[in-house]
Design a protein around this ligand. Structure first.
Ligand code: HEM
Length: 212
């Protein structure tokens, strides 16, 4: 086993602050929706708006980071070992079988994670951001007296935003479960806190050669 620095400082900051903001947005968003009462409606609206601006800023920074560091390549989808990975999560894991893929610095994500996270980045986040922004500026009049986003029904936007919120919560639940399927239940979580993870060296070297 070799201790490898997998997750850089910004990556960990982005990961945990995104998680915290999404949980807070879900809490305040569902209060706006009328599901429960914690802060009171007006405060929930205000907090939801503030948190959404923070998330939008974080998303812009994360996009910049992914492209300037080349980390976006980690999310290029592949069918290689995808079937084995699905079989592992649905069967092998319960029979104590070995992980079908190895984690390396250049290939941190298994084929199923690549697909899921790509869907998260290209579908789920844009859905929340686009519907959220239309919701924010719905029938706002700008300085040229132009009404912004009036051609959509507000109800349609709210329903799409709420469906996205349910999908995000489902993602979060599955994601948290999946993080416990490393060498030990806390290995992956510890790695996202410290940045370091113990990886098997031999296979790591051969995997590196494969991905180069
Ligand atoms: C950049 C991201 C987001 C923006 C710009 C945004 C914006 C908004 C706005 C403007 C509203 C209407 C309340 C208000 O006027 O403040 C709203 C409602 C809501 N938001 Fe968000 N939001 C974002 C992310 C999220 C996330 C991540 C979740 C949940 C995980 C969420 C869940 C909800 C829910 C459930 C509602 C209530 C919908 C309804 O029934 O009308 N939002 N959002």
């Amino acid at each position: 086993m070799k201790r490898v620095y997998l997750y850089k400082k910004f990556e960990r900051f982005w990961h945990w602050s995104q998680a915290a903001l999404i949980i807070f947005l879900a809490l305040t968003g569902f209060e706006v929706h009328g599901s429960f009462n914690i802060f009171g409606f007006e405060k929930a609206v205000l907090f939801h708006r503030i948190a959404s601006y923070m998330l939008l800023t974080l998303i812009v920074l994360a996009i910049f980071w992914h492209f300037t560091t080349g980390e976006w390549k980690q999310y290029i989808p592949t069918l290689n070992k995808l079937k084995e990975q699905i079989q592992y999560y649905t069967k092998g894991i319960f029979l104590n079988e070995k992980h079908p893929t190895k984690k390396t610095e250049l290939s941190k994500l298994n084929p199923l994670q690549r697909l899921t996270y790509l869907g998260f980045k290209l579908f789920l986040v844009p859905l929340m951001v686009i519907t959220g922004i239309i919701y924010l500026f719905y029938k706002t009049i700008d300085k040229n007296d132009i009404v912004i986003a009036s051609s959509f029904e507000l109800k349609t936007i709210a329903v799409m935003h709420t469906i996205g919120a349910f999908l995000l919560i489902a993602f979060l639940i599955v994601h948290v479960y999946m993080t416990t399927t490393g060498h030990t239940p806390t290995t992956n979580i510890q790695a996202m806190v410290t940045g370091y993870e113990d990886l098997e060296t031999d296979e790591e070297e051969s995997d590196k050669k494969e991905t180069v």
